[in-house]
Ligand binder design. Sequence first.
Ligand SMILES: [Zn+2]
Length: 68
Amino acid sequence: MAAKKKKGPRQAVGLKCSVCGAFGYITQYNKNNEQLKKQTGGDPTFPLKKYCSVCCAHTEHKQAKKLK
Ligand SMILES: [Zn+2]
């Protein structure tokens, strides 16, 4: 039986540098966790501190777009 792709809570998103706008990473996050954090006042997943090879420094990376 072939594995079916389910529409799960895990979303693949691209991350881009908020300083120079370079597209750097693809990551996954759990949509449900994100909503839970909003309700409980926790820290949101985004923006993420990531190393940008264009800036040669750790910068904040924001969600660029949803990947399918
Ligand atoms: Zn950058």
